[in-house]
Design a protein. Structure first.
Lengths: 375, 324, 324, 375
């Protein structure tokens, strides 16, 4: 009988964790994904954009202009690097914290912002909370709030493609908390048995709202949960953009070769609250952030780029101004857009409204409007 | 036309759908080599292979969750849950995901699957092999719910369910899996969803039933007829959306309503049927509508025949209502 | 008597129960240090320690399954499900295990737990933070279901629920968590289960409501009164077993019934209430009973005020029914 | 990235599997549980009794005298050895295949047989299928059909005791199929995090009805699933009575010492059908049984006892005659017992029947009886 030894989950990456970008800003050749300078720049710009939008959205929420936002502060490398490694024809099954990846894949900023306002131009027609958008065009699946449910679905999607002999893989995003869900268990298990080309990408950001990862599981790492399913597990420094791209690429290739799924534990940290509804000071000392501040995923890439003379303060200012400009336009447009029409409430429940919905719709449209404004 | 029982008819529907549409796959526990514990999927594994007839690990949550994913991809999974009593681990995927996918994605992601599962008592299964859980699904917006009573309808309704663009729960009354026999056309045909059937016309009282209890209602109606009460017995076939037209037309004629179902009474589908009729035909009702149902207890083992709303319990209610 | 809102009153009930009964433990996601996402368990962790106020892993199935085990041992777990929308992964343990344990063991193993969970819309939560799922629990034999509308009742009903020998689902209307304020006695007291309250007497029409919609019913009743219609508004408080006596007495007096609830209409609790009344007071009814409810769609985000059966939708129905 | 290698789950025990009773009928001292000769005899008698009752119950079912039976042919050592290792004050959370253990713990044969007939003397009052009895007196929890649900409950029970500082452990029985269930995942996870004294005893009998273990999971072994939860996993030869007693004792001691749960994979084989409703010839070649016949758990102990002159054919005959006699009496009594009274159907739903059940009860009692006999 072996006794499992415990290690604090939130501590900075340990030995078995894959890293590429060293403190000396060189890339370890073993796992270097071989990104071109243009690619690194592109990813950097997306990371900065994501962080800026996060700040702006929190601002809008504080002003009462949107109802909610769930951000990705500190997790940008994990989110953008992983999405970047997937191919165009692959499909992503998001959790709720990855808007940066959706925008990078091609979700228009304006569509995203309309969703944040739940207005008539929101493609999900104001039916979901902010940050619960969808974008089939870029292989981005409709977001759900219940934790974990996308995991089995992501497996089923890739399984469907496998049955139809289509070369397609899926990547599923979820948090450390989600590893406790039934869907994690079933998704991993089915994917293992049927050798499904799914990349299980776990953002271990240390917290599930107020519950730290060590209270989520007694396993030493999240990656080793793969053993329970015959699925290889890898730990990666989730704040190292290069390392993230690399391990996801390898997992993808493995899946495509027909060797089955991979579980990736990206070790990162939720630098903000869980969402705009949360005050982390209630349960987390601010010192907890310190070891992570120096490992900021954006700062590390910026230092790398600056070292290679590919970025500077002017470029950064220009980028921020440009994104801010686009964002302001999108917000202006979104705030000018009315709420969804009343009848949209009754659509898309079924392909065609059955008699009872037609009746309820007619009754509602004929009745008085609710007092007060929407949206 | 060949004679079939319900097991054979459902098997035939599956084979028919799988032959004509490559997107249709069958998955569940023991559906493969052994052909299902009730043998409903017998032979499919040999004909279609293990990529389309899939024995899964023992996880209803996993079965439905991955099936939803397959549906998003574009397949049409026909899932078997071995007994409807074991569907609850999948309830989250059904309620929060399957039922809401089209709506929450503004129409981008319809998720079309059919979930087949045996329901009801009468096979000495006790409360873990006898549940009749339709109400918990009818209450969930976005789902359709079907429950055939005979081989002809079972095949036609299953083919219609597979062809329908929305997710369907297909409840198979296992008490009559083999007992209900009849002629079943070869090849593809459909019985349209949302269409009830008047299986015995009558003018004194309307009886709504479905699945295995239809036969009990018919038996009671035959006995009532001997006492001068002519009951009109309607087989609902599709439970939701229900064929409200046929129901109202009948009740407006008879002025009296008896609803029969096996599930517990409280918050069962009978309450909805009574409410629909009372709301819409109140001034036609000449007597209080009544429910004859399972009791508000778990389903028992030894006393199952006392639990179920069989003919001997329907008949007195039917006579009382007709004469009230 | 101190003034409290509902969050404070429920918190006070928990502290009161835990102080007087060592068997009571609180468990759920984020109930510990942070005191719950709605702060209902604030302070309990500090007072009772982490063995009795337990932050669990993120698994509703695990929370309820282990709580059932604790109950078999003899503790009285009071479980929090963070939003009732997330209760479905635990539905199997609730339906197949918790509800049936006493019955299936011939009385040897009662399993007593209380499941607290916020319900309903009005906080801009969309369809994953607004569900009102009582019907799916009322249909299950063996469970009791409670839904208070004000701080006084919330504390008294929760203490009664904890003391009751049967499993209780305790639904907290989050729209009025902070809005509903009132005097709350200190220390232990109970509001008996199965007792409804007539909160506004009237003679023209009976209105049944509960939780957050009670206030909408009262608002509509006040406006109806200005038009000469006197509605009797009953706060059900315990949904199941419901206080049938109070309901029937009222409807027999008024001859008219309006039921209000947030959940979707079809197979909702309104159907059961209508059916109970129609079965038992048919000859007293002077107009068709009516439901004013949420629609048979998922709960929307932006248009939530149009979805919910608020006063502006209740009022016309109330007037129509009274005048029909 | 390591790749999990596959091994056929049903093959006879491999190197990492704990064994005590050697082919030469000596006991390996490393894991020898130190049972006294009397104890071995006692366990042997229980194993033989269990097998005999299994045969008799299948016979009754074939004759239509009972409705169902789910047997334990070939799994007797795993079932009896594990239960034997637990203390009197510990609690067992059964699956549905362990009646032998219940009888050994003190369930009266007559009570068990009344349950098989679901009659008025059945302590669960004819409400459950056969083999779904309960016996609080001996720490045996009410049996449920849904696979896996007892796992979280067994954890919660021991957790309750831990909170109340009572020295008590639980043992949870489940099959290989149940490792796919949500309750396995949650039960293991909670037990790991809270260091609950629960012994997870998995009877890996190769099959979940018609589904073989390799289709249940891609993990190499079931024991290594413990790693996902920080719970040590052990593999034991489930057909070796001594080894089973030993590993369960050690797991129990570990739990009692406050070191948390243990997952035990007992490698055995379901020699019969899943239940009387199943025909294994539909999916399993009879040759599959061969490697297991020579490893029969009862035969091995009998050989050991005979070698030590503690057992012989006469003793066996006497035991069988005695059990048969007791069983016949129990059956005679059960068949003479009427079905439960009609009103029992309405009792125990709640502590006291609420108005609606009182009403339904009255209505039912006043109405006509169902045609045909019960029971
Ligand atoms: C089934 C379910 N239970 C509870 C919740 C409430 N909830 C929302 S997010 C969250 C924590 C999730 O943590 P994790 O999986 O680590 O993801 P992170 O937020 O850290 O990215 C919880 C408990 C939920 N959404 N779904
Ligand atoms: C949740 C659930 N799903 C399906 C079933 C039907 N069923 C009963 S036993 C069984 C197989 C169990 O296999 P295993 O866990 O290996 O136990 P064994 O029967 O081999 O002892 C199945 C699928 C069930 N009882 N519960
Ligand atoms: Mg997290
Ligand atoms: Mg097995």
């Amino acid at each position: 009988m072996t006794t499992a030894t415990r290690q604090r989950h939130e501590s900075p990456p340990a030995d078995d964790v894959i890293r590429v970008l060293g403190d000396d800003l060189t890339l370890d050749p073993v796992y270097d994904p071989g990104l071109s300078p243009q690619e690194v720049l592109e990813l950097y710009r997306h990371m900065v954009t994501t962080r800026l939008l996060d700040e702006r959205l929190v601002g809008l929420q504080r002003q009462g202009r949107i109802g909610f936002h769930v951000g990705s502060l500190g997790e940008e490398a994990a989110i953008l690097g992983s999405a970047y490694a997937m191919r165009k024809g692959d499909w992503l099954f998001p959790c709720y914290r990855e808007f940066g990846a959706a925008l990078m894949r091609g979700l228009e900023l304006s569509v995203f912002v309309h969703n944040m306002f739940g207005n008539a131009k929101d493609t999900v027609r104001g039916r979901q909370m902010p940050d619960h958008y969808t974008c089939r065009r870029v292989g981005w699946v409709s977001i759900s709030s219940p934790v974990g449910t996308q995991i089995t679905q992501g497996v089923g999607f890739a399984w469907g493609a496998k049955i139809r002999k289509q070369d397609l893989a899926t990547l599923v995003y979820f948090g450390d908390g989600a590893t406790s869900s039934s869907d994690f268990h079933s998704g991993m298990n089915f994917a293992g048995v049927f050798k499904i080309p799914t990349v299980f990408f776990c953002r271990n950001n240390g917290w599930a709202i107020s519950v730290p990862t060590q209270r989520q599981t007694a396993s030493r790492t999240l990656a080793e949960k793969g053993a329970a399913y015959g699925v290889p597990g890898v730990r990666v420094d989730g704040n190292d953009l290069f390392a993230v791209v690399s391990v996801v690429k390898r997992a993808l290739e493995r899946g495509v070769r027909g060797e089955g799924p991979t579980l990736i534990e990206a070790i990162t940290y939720r630098m903000g609250g869980h969402s705009t509804s949360d005050d982390p000071n209630r349960y987390r000392a601010s010192e907890a952030l310190e070891p992570w501040t120096s490992r900021d995923p954006i700062g590390r890439v910026r230092a790398y780029l600056e070292k290679h003379n590919q970025w500077d303060g002017t470029a950064e200012e220009r980028l921020i101004a440009e994104v801010d400009q686009r964002f302001r336009e999108a917000v202006t447009s979104a705030e000018r857009t009315p709420p969804p029409a009343l009848e949209t409430m009754f659509e898309d429940v079924y392909a065609r409204p059955p008699w009872h919905l037609a009746e309820q719709r007619a009754e509602r449209l004929a009745g008085p409007r609710a007092p007060g404004a929407h949206g | 036309m060949p004679q079939m029982n319900m097991v054979q008819a459902i098997n035939d529907a599956l084979a028919t759908a799988m032959r004509s549409d490559e997107r249709v796959v069958v998955m569940g526990e023991d559906v493969g080599k052994v052909g299902g514990v009730f043998r409903v999927t017998a032979g499919l594994f040999d004909e279609f292979g293990d990529e389309r007839v899939i024995d899964t690990p023992l996880s209803e949550n996993g079965i439905v969750g991955t099936a939803v994913g397959m549906a998003l991809y574009g397949l049409v999974p026909v899932v078997e849950i071995q007994f409807s009593d074991f569907i609850w681990p999948a309830y989250d995927q059904i309620v929060n995901e399957l039922a809401k996918f089209r709506y929450r994605s503004g129409g981008e992601y319809p998720a079309k699957i059919v979930i087949r599962t045996p329901v009801g008592g009468g096979i000495r299964g006790g409360h873990y092999h006898s549940q009749h859980p339709e109400a918990a699904f009818i209450h969930v917006a976005g789902l359709k719910v079907v429950c055939p009573s005979n081989p002809h309808d079972a095949k036609g309704l299953l083919l219609a369910s597979i062809a329908d663009p929305d997710p369907v729960l297909f409840f198979e009354p296992k008490r009559v899996y083999r007992a209900a026999k009849g002629e079943v056309p070869q090849g593809a045909y459909t019985v349209p969803l949302e269409s009830a059937a008047i299986v015995r016309p009558g003018r004194h009282v309307t009886v709504l039933a479905y699945g295995a209890m239809l036969y009990e209602a018919l038996d009671a109606a035959a006995k009532a007829s001997a006492k001068g009460v002519e009951a009109e017995v309607i087989d609902l076939r599709t439970l939701w959306p229900v064929d409200i037209g046929t129901i109202l037309e009948s009740v407006k004629r008879t002025g009296r309503l008896v609803v029969v179902h096996e599930a517990p009474k409280t918050c069962g589908f009978g309450a909805e049927l009574m409410s629909l009729v009372t709301e819409r035909a109140f001034y036609h009702l000449e007597a209080p509508p009544v429910r004859v149902t399972g009791f508000d207890t778990p389903f028992p083992y030894t006393l199952e025949m006392e639990y179920m709303p069989l003919s001997h319990r329907i008949l007195p209610t039917l006579l009382d209502t007709a004469r009230a």
